[in-house]
Each structure stands twice: as C-alpha cells, then as structure tokens.
Ligand binder design. Structure first.
Ligand code: 4AD
Ligand code: MG
Length: 430
C-alpha cells in the first residue's frame, strides 16, 4: 500500500492509499463517520461507512479524539465539496495513539493562550501554512545563490566582539573569557568573501532588544551575502533580483498556503523590477510632505517607514543615510561624507525594513578611526583590520531578516508566528 501525503492525493485518484496523520475533527452518525485528518501537508476527509468497514472498526473510528494519531487506508475520490477537494473512502483504520483532551479546540483562542502552547499551536492549519511558506522562502534563497555560484560560508555564533552596536549584545561566559552571541555574520562574511569571492551565510542571529514590537525577535534568522568587487548599486541590484525570485517562487509553489492565509496575492504578483530607489534626504522630504516635520539626521521609526513605502506602494530602497546613525563599517559617500553608501529595503504594506546593507569601508586608516570613534575594542578587531592590510578591495553586502520577510509575504500582523519557536522579550517558553 503506498503511503501518500495529503497534498499529493490528486495523483492517486481511484487508488487505494494510506495516509498517516492525526485526527483534526470528527462528525458522525450511527452509520457514517467523517474523519478530518491532517498530516502536515494538508487536511483530508475520510469517509467511514459502518456497513463497509464493519461494526468493530466503525466503533474504533468514533472513539478517536482530536489529535489522536491515526492511519487511514482507502480509495481516493475527487470531491469538490470536501476539504482540499479530495476525499478517501476508508477501508482500513489503525489507531496509533488516543490523545487526551486537546487544549486547542476549534473555537477562537487568545494569542497569550496559544503562545504558551506554541508546541501544539504549530499544528493548526494557519501555522502549518506559514511554516511551509517559510521553508519555501529559505529554499528559494539558497537556490538563488546557488544558481549565481555563491559559496555558502557559515559564520560563527560565538563571537568576541560586537557588529551592530554594543547595546543589544547577549553576553556569555566562554571558559572565563567574555563572549557574545552573534548579532550578524557580516564581519566574518567580509573575510570569507576575500577568500572565496561571492559568499553568503544563513543562520540564527541574536539581539537583546529591549523593545516589544511586532517586528523584533531576540533570536532571528538572517541570510547575509557579501561580494568582493561589488559597489552599492551592484549590491542593490542583487537584492532586488533575490526578492523578486523569492516572490515568484512562492506564488508558484505556495498557492494553497497563501489561500489558507487569505493573502491578497495580487499585491505580490504586481511587484515589478526594478524597485524604486530614493536617498535618505528624499525620504525625509516625503515625510515632511506628509506633515511629519522630520529632522534630517534622525533614524526612521516604524511609522515613518510605512509612510515612505506607502508613497511608492512597492518595495523601496532608501540609500545614503546619515553617517552618524549607521554602523561603524559603512563607507562614506566620496561625494558627501556626511552620508554613507548603505541602503535599506523597506517592504510595502507597512512591513518596514527587511534588508540592511551597503558598501564597506575599504581603507585601513578610516576603519581604524571609526573603531576608535565608536569606542570599540581595537584588539578584538585586529583580524578584521587585516582584511584591509592584505589585498583590500571595494566590497558590499547585505542582511535579510527571514521573519520579517515571512510576515510580509504571508500578510501577518506579527513576527511571532513566522518562526516555530519565537524568542520574545521576557518570553522563552516553550
Ligand atoms: O539592519 P541590520 O541590523 O543589518 C545587519 O545586521 C548587517 N550587518 C547585515 C549585513 O549587511 N550583512 O539587520 C538586517 C536585517 C534587518 O533589515 C531586519 O530584517 C532583520 O535583520 N532584523 C531583525 N529581525 C527580527 N528581529 C530583530 N530584532 C531584528 N533585527 C534586525
Ligand atoms: Mg538595519
């Protein structure tokens, strides 16, 4: 008997197959039981008729509680009125385990209640859809880089120094030495790019953010690319091609999931290349036209990013931010050193910054100056300075936050649903 995934039932019309899953819902009368089963790939209705399966099996079916583990065998039919469009005429049923009374019922539950039970909540159809889209996005990104001959070079998680400012570091005791969880793989990416040319890393990053917002996690996944001999414009072009590639891929491969999530896919399908590009200074003008009275030199908050992206109704690159508000490694614009050759990508529909990136300082002297200005411990950065001592070249890179990207593409209110087990302020259970 072939074991099949519910999502592939359409390939087995008229055949007898087995589905291994869990009971999602049960309706029954004295003669017929409708078992809705989930297997992680979809939902299927198993129609169990007493006179076909016999008294004993029928009684067993009716005893199944929500989330009991069960294997159903039967013939696949097309049935447009049934969940998923297919249904199984059950011939055999095997109870693997009977579940105790399941806490997450089919009525509405509050987010606090669900978050405490995240290990079970992820079984719900909406959460399954999100996690499947996340997986597809990650695969698409890897394929994108693979097709362009980038090398995957993993960066370390335990690091001796800060990359993105000292205020959000998670400290740890490294056998008596002070260490930190990585905020970004970028500095190591710069080293591997000088070794391998074009590289990316993909892994968890950590920030002890003190803020409780819908966009911040303490632990999030970032894909970070770094390219030797790339300038800011080449960097931006690569990013928009990657985003476009990912969108086409999920439109093609995740249509069922996006439907479950009630995502308005026209918003994604309408996205075209190239994305608009504006300078920080132009962005400030847009804010002021919208009555914001925004002073040049300050960093944008979430509401500002929303105004800017709504103005374009598209993903938009904002480049040349004030040097003062950006990281120590950003290369100043040779034509105006008050701004840097960095660019952020703001997602549409108010999802805010999903990519941060830019061209890096390639001069040893300037980088030494910046490390001092930012009061960073020079000893910890000696290796990084070596990259400018030995064969320094113009180079650029970026980091894309996976959770914010998933939130945008799935149309979610909060990043907490974009990762199996979110790490939020004061919350690490389960
Ligand atoms: O803009 P950020 O801080 O850039 C860097 O870390 C660079 N070193 C990346 C690079 O050039 N290699 O972070 C990059 C992205 C943000 O645009 C955002 O999408 C995401 O990471 N991000 C977060 N996502 C969830 N929770 C947080 N606390 C995040 N902080 C940043
Ligand atoms: Mg940023």
């Amino acid at each position: 008997m072939s074991k099949v995934l519910i999502k592939n039932l359409n390939k087995y019309l008229g055949q007898e197959v087995t589905v291994e899953g869990w009971l999602y819902n049960l309706r029954s009368s004295g003669k017929i039981a409708f078992l809705i089963v989930r297997d992680g790939s979809g939902l299927m209705q198993g129609v169990t008729v007493k006179k076909d399966v016999g008294e004993e099996l029928f009684a067993e079916a009716r005893k199944l509680t929500q989330e009991s583990a069960v294997k159903l065998t039967g013939i696949v039919h097309e049935e447009s009125r049934s969940v998923g469009g297919y249904e199984m005429q059950v011939t055999e049923l095997e109870t693997v385990s009977i579940a105790q009374e399941y806490p997450i019922t089919h009525k509405e539950h509050g987010v606090e209640f669900l978050a405490e039970r995240r290990h079970l909540w992820i079984r719900s159809p909406k959460q399954v859809a999100i996690l499947r889209v996340r997986s597809e996005i990650e695969h698409a990104i890897r394929d994108f880089f693979y097709e362009r001959e980038f090398v995957l070079a993993d960066s370390p998680i335990i690091t001796p120094a800060a990359c993105e400012g000292t205020t959000t570091l998670f400290e740890l005791d490294y056998h008596g030495e002070k260490g930190f969880l990585s905020q970004s793989g970028q500095l190591y990416n710069e080293a591997t790019a000088m070794a391998l040319g074009r590289i990316y890393c993909f892994g968890p990053t950590f920030r002890a953010e003190k803020s409780k917002t819908r966009r911040h996690l303490m632990e999030f996944w970032m894909v970070e690319a770094e390219m030797a001999y790339f300038d800011m414009d080449a960097n931006i072009q690569l990013q928009e091609e990657m985003i476009y590639y990912v969108i086409q891929r999920i439109l093609k491969r995740c249509s069922n999931e996006l439907q479950t999530l009630e995502r308005d896919i026209t918003k994604l399908a309408n996205i075209k290349l190239p994305f608009p590009r504006i300078s920080y200074t132009e962005a400030v003008e847009i804010l002021n036209q919208n009555g914001e009275n925004f002073p040049w030199g300050e960093d944008f908050g979430a509401p500002h990013e929303t105004i800017i992206s709504n103005h374009f109704n598209a993903p938009v690159f904002v480049h040349r931010y004030p040097t003062e508000i950006k990281a120590f490694y950003m290369k100043p614009d040779p034509e105006n050193p008050k701004v840097v050759l960095g660019a952020d990508l703001l997602a549409p529909e108010g999802y805010g910054e999903i990519i941060g990136g830019g061209q890096r300082i390639d001069s040893l002297e300037l980088l030494e100056e910046r490390i001092q200005e930012h009061k960073l411990p020079k000893e910890a950065f000696e290796w990084y300075l070596d990259l400018r001592r030995y064969g320094s070249v113009p180079h650029a890179g970026f980091g894309l936050g996976i959770e914010r990207t998933v939130a945008w593409l799935c149309g979610l209110d909060h990043v907490r649903e974009t990762i199996p087990f979110p790490r939020l302020l004061h919350k690490m259970y389960p």
